[in-house]
Structure formats: structure tokens, C-alpha cells
Write a protein that binds this ligand. Structure first.
Ligand code: GLA
Length: 342
């Protein structure tokens, strides 16, 4: 299985894809455009093979929309308030692209770049990207690396980065799952469990209001398996304002551990997520509005998929109480996730 053409960008550059894995295990198709998960075919609980991720119909559509379907996002996943923060006493101004804030790296994030396919085999692919000093306003030349591997019923992603000047980094995968397959309807009947007692309440632009808050007594409580549609359709003001779940959870524990389980009874399919990150953004496709055609045919509509994005807490560069997002020369940023199917 090698690298093949997957289409072209409007400027004529070609987009390439690489396929990893083999049935009955997961078969993963990746694009160099955005180091994107273009399809992920698994054996569902009913024994049928299905693709379980949403994807754009073409590379041109990928650039046309800002839903980050399947992409590796960076340099800074989630939001930086007003696109400003102070790093080593100096104010840094980065590109804004979401209600006055910087989202997923700014207007020209890593999801829109052609990554280099540095290495690939039948079970592993490594993508690299060099983000120049000043890219979207971020200081330092960042060398990012996304290594995808299929092993048994696991798909693993290891993200690493180095810099030549102090900067901030937060990389993740923005894959949207629908365990019954794209086009099968919404994820309302999927059940989700998240290993988190607290979440981050946000303002109307997705910026943290302040301290973390307990999930107990809110529809955002996924400590035991809960149907997503119930949360999405609740009148809770955090949910109403985000048009669904678009919230960051404070994950229990540390190190690579199991943090979430997504299941669909309809096809008997289960996805377990492991990560070493402290936070998990749960986003129920609230802004999918039918404008983007799906690779599976039809269009992406609100709630057609759920993104489970392991990462730091939102706006960490402005919130010392949330930890640090700073990467310095000589250090290596590392973030890992595993999608385990069973
Ligand atoms: C993240 C954000 C959402 C939304 C999606 C992409 O999950 O938190 O608000 O921007 O990305 O549309």
C-alpha cells in the first residue's frame, strides 16, 4: 500500500493519500492536506465494515470550510482570547478567526497545510510540517510531526514538536465520529462516557469564564454513559449558547489512560479514547449547517458527528492556573491519543 493521488487544490498542488491497516482491523486513509483522517473503516458490533468518520468530498471543499473535519489542528488547538497573550513578558498577537478569538491556530492553521509524508509503511505514516517563525503571529520555527499507526484494534496518533524560540503549542486531532457511519443520521442516540468530574464553562465566544465547574447536576455530566441527544437538546444555558456540547473536560488522572467511551447500540460499535492530555474538548458538530458536502454523499448537518479532541485547557496561554502551553528550544512537545475499537 503506497501513496496515491487524492485530488488537487484550487492552486493546482496535488493532494496525496496513504492507507494504513487491513481488515478485519481498522483501515485508515490519511491525507497530507492537514494530516487529515479521511476515512477510518472498522468492523462494527454487527459484523459489518463501516467508515466511522466525517470527511469532505474533495480537497477544495476541505479548504472551503472551517469545520476542521478529520484534521490535525495547530499550532494552537482551541481558543486564545482576542488572539493575544504574554510570553516571557512580551505581548504576542496571533491571527483571529472565530468571534474575535484565535481558533485552532488562526486563519491559516495546520489543517490547511500540505504536510510532508516523511515515512510510511502498511501500518504507519509520519507527516511533518515546518511552521515558520511568525506563522499566524506565533514566534519560533516549529517543526511538527504527526505519526499515525494501526496496531490490532488500535489507531494511535503521536504528535511531537520542537521550536527554535519560545512559543506555545497545543496539537490535536479534530476527527468527527459517527459510529453508524456518515449519512446514517445524527449522533443523538450515541452514548458517551467521559472520565471527568469538572468542565470549563465558557462565554458566548467559547472563552473560559473562570474556574472549572462540577459537571454534577448539569446535562454535561458524562461520568456514567449518557445519551448525547439528551445533553444537546437540553435548555442548560451553557449548552444553549454553544448550540450543543462544545466544552472542555478536566480529565481525571495523568499519563496515557482511558478517558472516554463512545458507543452506538444501533450497530453495537464502541470507541474508546486514550490520551495523555489533561483536557478533552467534546464538540457535537453544532455548527455543521449543510453547507459542506460529505465524502459519503449528502451533506453535513448539525449533530452528524462528534469530535473528541484531547488537548490542553482552552486559552491556557492567558490562564497560568490552567498550566503551561509553552515550548522552549531544546524541549520536545509530545501528545498522544489512541482510538480503540471493540
Ligand atoms: C472546536 C471548537 C468549536 C468549533 C469546532 C469547529 O471544537 O471548540 O467551537 O469551532 O472546533 O467548527
Amino acid at each position: 500500500m503506497g501513496v496515491s493521488e487524492a485530488g488537487a487544490l484550487p492552486d493546482g498542488r496535488s493532494v496525496r493519500q496513504v492507507v494504513l491497516g487491513a481488515a478485519p482491523g481498522p483501515v485508515l486513509t490519511l491525507l497530507d492536506l492537514g494530516a487529515t483522517v479521511q476515512s477510518l473503516e472498522v468492523t462494527c458490533g454487527d459484523g459489518l465494515r463501516r467508515n466511522v468518520v466525517l470527511a469532505h468530498a474533495s480537497p477544495a471543499e476541505h479548504l472551503e470550510h472551517t469545520d476542521y473535519l478529520g484534521s490535525t489542528v495547530g499550532r494552537y488547538a482551541n481558543r486564545i482570547a482576542a488572539g493575544r497573550f504574554v510570553l516571557d513578558g512580551v505581548e504576542v498577537v496571533v491571527g483571529t478567526n472565530d468571534r474575535g478569538n484565535s481558533l485552532h491556530g488562526g486563519p491559516d492553521g495546520f489543517d490547511r497545510r500540505l504536510w510532508e509524508i516523511a515515512k510510511h509503511s502498511g501500518t504507519e505514516a509520519r507527516f511533518t510540517l515546518v511552521s515558520p517563525d511568525g506563522d499566524q503571529g506565533f514566534p519560533g520555527t516549529l517543526r511538527a510531526d504527526a505519526r499515525f499507526a494501526v496496531d490490532g484494534s488500535d489507531v494511535r496518533l503521536d504528535l511531537t514538536a520542537t521550536t527554535d524560540a519560545p512559543t506555545v503549542v497545543n496539537l490535536t486531532s479534530h476527527a468527527y465520529f459517527n459510529l453508524d457511519g456518515p449519512g446514517s443520521g445524527t449522533i443523538d442516540d450515541h452514548e458517551l462516557t467521559v472520565e471527568a468530574d469538572r468542565y470549563t464553562p465558557v462565554d458566548g465566544t467559547g472563552i473560559p469564564l473562570g474556574a472549572h465547574a462540577p459537571v454534577a447536576g448539569t446535562p454535561l455530566d458524562f461520568r456514567t454513559p449518557a445519551r448525547l441527544g439528551t445533553a444537546i437538546r437540553s435548555g442548560h444555558e451553557q449548552v444553549a449558547q454553544a448550540r450543543g456540547v462544545d466544552h472542555n473536560y478536566v480529565l481525571r488522572g495523568s499519563g496515557l489512560r482511558s478517558v472516554a467511551v463512545l458507543t452506538s447500540r444501533r450497530t453495537g460499535t464502541k470507541l474508546e479514547l486514550l490520551t495523555d492530555r489533561p483536557g478533552l474538548q467534546v464538540y457535537t458538530g453544532n455548527f455543521l449547517d449543510g453547507s459542506s458536502p460529505s465524502a459519503a454523499g449528502g451533506r453535513h448537518r448539525q449533530g452528524d458527528g462528534i469530535a473528541l479532541e484531547p488537548q490542553l485547557f482552552p486559552d491556557t496561554p492567558n490562564r497560568p492556573e490552567f498550566g503551561s502551553a509553552v515550548l522552549r528550544p531544546g524541549e520536545t512537545y509530545r501528545a498522544s491519543l489512541v482510538w480503540r475499537f471493540g
